[in-house]
Ligand binder design. Structure first.
Ligand SMILES: [Zn+2]
Length: 288
């Protein structure tokens, strides 16, 4: 194994396709990255973006907190009240499905009311300006699309609809929430009666292969990778940073915590994204 959880040279090995925590002790040891903050780093980040023509953004929960969507992993977060359900449990246990839908019913309504923040808008602007190839996101809130981003790869799926595990039929999430509200604890597929699941990727579940393939392609083509609001502790998203770096991209990390990749970053900032990302993009596009 390489120093990350991704086997070197075997990016499409089965384990790479599954959503997992980074658990390698060696990777964990690298979490002691020193976060820097300062105007010089903002300038440095802007310079790296300015010098690039194929920027790719990899985004996580930290980008959406300014939109009022809590990071469920943070202390006091929802995951302290609701245990994340493993995919295998969801498949085999009615009780696990009930628990998962209770969790979704408690969290999705606030997400549906959230609006994109200036960080989302800055990325849409960078794409509009022809400098950003696309956004790869771990978020399931749909806020990049709401901000106007066109190329958005949702590694962990979306909360915006549910999908039948048996026949693949989709149902809008508002409709499913209404069914939950009316007393269906475990809604079934209306087309075939099969197991309906939020269209998100649970722990232990395979990522959508086409989405992962496109994300890998973007990471390889990137000349600058922006890792934004992600602690880079969930695979395979985290390894995309390494892939981009190996293919010559500069790496800018903006997140509040240390990450396993801080030591290979060309700039590491811990500024709030909602305010610093618009400044980086404005400076890179020559607004100031
Ligand atoms: Zn079905």
């Amino acid at each position: 194994m390489s120093r990350s959880a991704r086997p070197t040279g075997v990016p499409f090995a089965p384990e790479f396709w599954r959503r997992t925590h980074v658990t390698s002790p060696e990777v964990q040891a690298r979490l002691a990255g020193v976060a820097n903050a300062g105007a010089d780093l903002l300038e440095r980040a802007a310079e790296l973006v300015r010098a690039s023509t194929n920027v790719v953004a990899l985004t996580g929960a930290g980008l959406s907190t300014a939109s009022g969507i809590p990071d469920f992993r943070s202390p006091g977060g929802v995951w302290e009240k609701f245990r994340p359900v493993e995919f295998a449990d969801f498949q085999r246990s009615d009780e696990a499905r009930r628990e998962h839908w209770r969790y979704k019913a408690a969290t999705i309504p606030a997400m549906l009311e959230a609006r994109p923040n200036p960080g989302h808008e800055a990325l849409a602007r960078l794409e509009e300006a022809g400098k950003l190839l696309g956004v790869i996101t771990q978020n399931i809130d749909g806020l990049h699309q709401a901000a106007g981003s066109r190329t958005v790869l949702e590694l962990h799926g979306t909360n915006r609809h549910a999908v039948c595990l048996d026949c693949g039929a989709e149902e809008g999430i508002e409709s499913v929430l209404a069914r939950l509200e009316s007393g269906e604890a475990v809604p079934a597929c209306v087309a075939c009666g099969g197991v309906l699941k939020p269209a998100t990727v649970s722990f232990g579940q395979m990522l959508p292969p086409d989405v992962l393939r496109q994300a890998m392609e973007l990471a390889r083509r990137a000349d600058c990778l922006l890792a934004l609001g992600t602690s880079l502790q969930v695979q395979p998203a985290a390894s995309l940073v390494e892939v981009a770096k190996e293919h010559g991209a500069s790496v800018v990390i903006v997140t509040r915590s240390g990450t396993p990749y801080d030591s290979i970053a060309d700039a590491k900032l811990d500024h709030p994204l909602g305010s610093c990302l618009p400044r980086i993009v404005a400076a890179a596009l020559g607004d100031d």
